[in-house]
Design a protein around this ligand. Structure first.
Ligand code: HSE
Length: 433
């Protein structure tokens, strides 16, 4: 049988993992595909001692792989957006199918790439772009295809989860833990992408499109990182029975779609709250299946290669099938996409955790609670912490409130002379617990 010929662009962590998995499991993979997978060409600026590519054609110019007539599938593992976009579009124009692990590329340029792929009759697969080794896109687009998806909520950035876990369990400082995540190879090239929620927003954009059949709309994701979370917040959340996790949430409210990534208090008894360290986990709630959960390594060489190689296998099987007859790029047919509106964060309703530092004198609490009630905000629980020098910390949990009302109330509270302007608020989600 003729082999499926694969060209790999990029030989970093995921590239070397992909080479190793393809080589180590070659026989089993050939049995699954019905024909062998051959690495025909690798494009990489540098060699990688973590894999053996002897005997494989190697080019320093990655575009040589995208135009190589011998390559059936281009595997894009260079990361970034500008060159990766150019490379993928070049490969598509040259009739190659595409496998990529690049979440930024798909979230920001996916609509353009799918259009070009459709015009050229080729396929694009990107399972590895979201939650590494967890087959979450296939679960959404195929395994759960019978369902109307109600919501998806996930821990989809391992670096952020590692930092929050270490802060909670080890009482360690933020910077110290981030450095370790970088050394372990989990953090993005620019770790602010992890810390500020950009990485999670890229992944949520992709998840939401496959969940709801909407175009990729990265610019509409509300984004907040973990940079302002303190050990005090972590401890206070625990006292109320919650843990702080950085979640990506996509929800179909029936009146628009919520797309948001931010730190979130979730009840300690939920399964997501037990997901620690660099692990990822995603909950999907479908109308037929109910709540489901998927857990695993969200980054790293071989976990990510597991998803890359699965996409290569799927394409290898379907190489002779017309692309219109395969699973659509986003799980829904391109002419059947919904234009359901994406809600702004002001339209989102949820409970809040608030931490304020106030002067310890009569009437201060009364002023705060009056402002909250004037804005239709009801308090669920409140604790005044031990007196520090000067200001007293107050932490409270509210019932569900519209974000716009909370913003209005917090602006008025921050304007009080008796309250420190640096007020912390973290959204609360019960995940139907
Ligand atoms: N920086 C990402 C993370 C890597 O920490 O989850 C996988 O996308």
């Amino acid at each position: 049988m003729n082999p499926v010929k694969v060209g790999i662009a990029g030989l970093g962590t995921v590239g070397s993992g992909t080479v190793n998995v393809l080589q180590r499991n070659a026989q089993e993979i050939a049995r699954r595909v019905g024909r062998p997978i051959e690495i025909a060409h690798i494009g990489a600026r540098r060699d990688n001692p973590d894999c053996d590519i002897s005997g494989v054609r190697l080019s320093r110019d990655i575009f040589a792989v995208a135009t190589d007539p011998d390559v059936d599938i281009l595997v894009e593992l260079i990361g970034g957006t500008d060159t990766a976009r150019e490379l993928v579009l070049t490969a598509i124009r040259n009739g190659k199918h595409i496998v990529t692990a690049n979440k930024a590329l798909i979230a920001e340029h996916g609509n353009e790439i799918f259009h070009a792929a459709h015009e050229n009759g080729v396929d694009v697969a990107f399972e590895a772009a979201v939650a590494g080794g967890i087959p979450i896109l296939k679960s959404l687009g195929e395994g759960l295809a019978a369902n109307h998806i109600n919501w998806v909520a996930g821990i989809i950035n391992g670096t952020g989860n590692y930092i929050l876990t270490e802060m909670e369990q080890g009482g360690r400082a933020f910077v110290d833990v981030l450095k370790e995540a970088q050394e372990l190879g989990y953090a993005e090239a620019d770790p602010t992408f992890d810390v500020e929620g950009v990485d999670a927003a890229h992944k949520l954009t992709i998840i939401a499109s496959i969940a709801f059949g909407i175009p990729l709309q990265f610019s509409k994701v509300y984004m907040e990182g973990i940079g302002r979370i303190t050990i005090e917040d972590v401890k206070s959340a625990a006292q109320f029975g919650y843990r702080i996790k950085h979640l990506g949430i996509a929800r179909d409210t029936g009146n628009g779609i919520e797309l948001r990534v931010h730190p979130t208090l979730i009840p300690i008894e939920t399964m997501l709250s037990a997901v620690n360290g660099v692990m990822n986990a995603v909950m999907i709630d479908g109308d037929a299946v109910g709540p489901t959960m998927y857990y695993g390594a969200g980054a790293g060489a071989e976990p990510t290669a597991s998803a890359v190689v699965a996409d290569i296998i799927e394409m290898g099987r379907a190489l002779t099938v017309d692309h219109e007859e395969r699973v659509p790029y986003l799980g829904f047919h391109a002419d059947q996409m919904s234009d359901e509106r994406i809600l702004t964060i002001d339209d989102v309703s949820c409970g809040f955790y608030l931490r304020l530092h106030v002067q310890d004198k009569p009437g201060v609490l009364a002023d705060i609670t009056r402002i909250l009630s004037d804005n239709r905000i009801s308090i669920e629980a409140m604790v005044q912490k031990e007196t520090e020098e000067g200001l007293v910390p107050i932490v409270m949990m509210t019932h569900k409130v519209l974000e716009g009302d909370m913003n209005a109330a917090l602006a008025k509270i921050a304007a009080l002379d008796t309250v420190d302007k640096d007020i912390m608020r973290i959204r609360v989600e019960t995940l139907d617990a």
